[in-house]
Ligand binder design. Structure first.
Ligand SMILES: [Zn+2]
Length: 445
């Protein structure tokens, strides 16, 4: 049997395993991994142990038949057949075989995996993560030792040590804590560093979607720090929601809005959709109501928040892309330079019915935004006279139109404008967003 030429082809796996073991000491798992795709429902440790058992049995059969070559071979590779060979070896030689570390993992893979899995389980037990994903970091030297064995013996049914670590640690965590693996959006990433077989937990951002209302003016959406490192406004929408970093035991809470309004513009009515990203959130199962209450309390009447549920990473990109697709409803307080008549307001309403607007980036923001000409549609304008030179306008428009300039005309850079249609300079004294509407409702107002 030891001569390759005399081997029955049907038992190629055992022959191959023996050839590998003559060259490299491998623990059960590392040997089994070389044949990982063969046989179902087995661990690699079971595969490796089975192969070693067969080899020991075959060598024993030969020895009993008086084969001195087999006896010599058994003595030579006994350290690589432990512990299966131990009793037989003691019977033959009256001693224990030597210990030999595994060529690939340097020890015994099962013990290493168990140690890493126990460390991960211990840390995870104190968190309230519900889903996880295991990542294996395989050092280059280890990888090249494994590749060397595979290449040399043309092992086409093997798998990588990283895959086995991921699967085995994952199974262990599932069994002992009942957590579920999630390949797309896990609560926590369990990093196993194979260099030292240590574990580092990495809590992924917790993403929650909701809506906010801005009830006061001079409130920016995100925290706005000026060049001189001072705050432009004392409070921002992001400030209120940042309490979620404490609540979910995270590092930071970042607000992603579906567009934004100017600091002096309130956000009323439907509220504006947002996603808050709590970085490295360790506590993940706090109820939304409790979080919402805390944010509202902190905002002290300046803002209000509603949290609706979990979001996914891809939702952040689509939320940001939403700006152009959402239609908006604004309430503007308009003051004119000269008194107007009721007829003038009626004309304004008729004129701005599904009216296309050409708007160059307003002068006031041209220094920080690209200077482009955009075209947007105003769907409708409804007005209410409040005084001889003051009226209120409800403006329903495509997203992305600057309303203050729609009113003033921005010295001709927005055409047409309220000023142009009324024939008198008009100015937007106060502005509120009262509706951020979905694509489907754009035409329904
Ligand atoms: Zn090993």
């Amino acid at each position: 049997m030891m001569n390759a030429a005399s081997v029955n082809k049907d038992w190629e796996i055992v022959e191959k395993a023996l050839r590998i073991l003559r060259e490299y000491p491998l623990c059960d798992s590392c040997l089994g991994r070389m044949f990982a795709l063969l046989g179902r429902g087995l661990t690699n440790a079971e595969r490796g142990r089975a192969l070693k058992t067969l080899i020991v049995m075959e060598l024993h059969r030969r020895i009993r038949g008086g084969d001195t070559g087999a006896r010599k071979l058994l003595e030579e590779i006994a350290p690589r057949l432990r512990p299966v060979v131990d009793t037989l070896y003691r019977e033959l030689h009256g001693a224990e075989p030597r210990q030999e570390p595994c060529y690939i993992c340097g020890s015994d893979f099962s013990t290493l995996v168990k140690r890493a899995a126990d460390a991960a389980t211990k840390e995870l037990a104190t968190s309230d993560a519900r889903t996880f994903l295991v990542a294996a970091h395989v050092p280059a030297e280890l990888q090249s030792r494994e590749d060397e064995v595979k290449t040399l013996h043309r092992l086409q049914y093997s798998e990588g040590i990283g895959s086995e670590v991921k699967r085995e640690v994952s199974k262990h965590i599932q069994r002992s804590l009942g957590l579920k693996p999630d390949f797309e959006n896990p609560d926590v990433l369990v990093n196993v560093m194979l260099s030292q077989w240590t574990v580092r937990l990495q809590y992924l951002p917790l993403l929650l979607r909701g809506r906010y209302w801005k009830l006061a003016r001079r409130v920016s959406q995100s925290i706005w720090v000026t060049g001189s490192r001072e705050r432009r406004y004392p409070f921002s929408i992001e400030d209120g929601i940042s309490i979620l970093a404490d609540i979910y035991d995270g590092q930071d809470a970042i607000l992603h809005g579906a567009g934004r309004e100017d600091a002096d513009v309130r956000m009323l009515g439907t509220g504006r959709p947002f996603i808050v990203e709590v970085k490295e959130a360790r506590r993940r199962s706090i109820g939304l109501v409790a979080a919402e209450l805390a944010a509202n309390k902190r905002s002290d009447g300046l803002a209000r928040y509603m949290l609706e549920g979990r979001a996914r990473r891809a939702d952040v990109a689509s939320l940001k892309g939403i700006e152009g697709r959402h239609s908006k409803v604004y309430k503007a307080l308009v003051v004119t330079a000269l008194p107007f008549k009721d007829d003038d307001l009626a004309r304004l309403e008729t004129f701005f019915r599904n009216r296309g607007i050409r708007q160059r980036t307003p002068r006031r923001v041209r220094h920080r935004r690209p200077d482009v000409v955009r075209e947007r549609i105003v769907f409708s304008v409804a007005t209410r006279r409040l005084g001889g030179r003051v009226f209120e306008a409800l403006i329903h428009t495509e997203g992305g139109l600057y309303i203050k300039e729609l009113v003033s005309g921005d010295n001709g850079d927005t055409e047409p404008s309220f000023s142009a249609v009324l024939g008198v300079n008009a100015y937007c004294a106060e502005l509120d967003v009262v509706g951020v509407l979905g694509e489907d409702t754009a035409e329904s107002l």
